[in-house]
Design a protein around this ligand. Sequence first.
Ligand code: ZN
Length: 273
Amino acid sequence: MLSRRKLIQSIGLAAAGFATADRESKASQMPGRPAAAESGQNPASPSSIMAIAAHPGDAFFSMGLPVALQTHLGARGALLSLTAGEKGSRTVAPPDYGRQQRAAGERAAEMLAATAVTLDYPDGELPHSDDVKLAICDLIRKHRPDVIVTHWSGSWHKDHRASHEIVLDAVFYAALPALARKDSAHSVRKVLFADNWEDATGFSGDTYLDVSPVFDHWTEACAVFPMWRGETGFRYRDYYTSLAIARGCLGGFNRAVALICQPEQLMRKLTAL
Ligand SMILES: [Zn+2]
């Protein structure tokens, strides 16, 4: 009987790093949309990556491993938090906690050889507006990532649900040449949705990424955040380290993250079976 692990490997959904697709795939891309499918078999270089999250904890704990892997492979990496998550502490006042979160994000990103960007939108009140979409569009055009990792849609958290939709629209705006901004248009090749304890509704990973080489280093970077140790009530360290082990069991790696591709990116074009 074909095991789930063998099935994942046999249909090519297990991955050991993202890599730039070939030119043919890019040329057939619709304006404003990520590429339809991977067709490059022998990628030339690792893909640059940007995590875009509602809060720094999401960026580093839920989306940080793919970023750590890509920078380890030599690509550029950025972790964008739309808010500082300043209302996340029961004991520290929001202005102070926001400063701590920003400082922790900068330090953790530096440890991962990535760039941290934290915007000023209010935690818990992330506006679902064109202003936010265009601000992210500008950052996508500035950092020019090949791959974006962001929130899955099935979340109980309003900022996370808003981020999911905002980011998809920002990717669309970033790729539109006719939309004049400071930097020129940029097409993101792949958008992936991350495994997050708060975004678990309907989450069923279709891509397993081998993050074994960077797992230990990533845990050291996450430990910069007090919330990683459970100080805000949820056991982030236990959850996300266990999750990487569990996903590794399913994906056939020592440590892994599960991701969801946009449906059109999973499309395969064959001339014979
Ligand atoms: Zn969050």
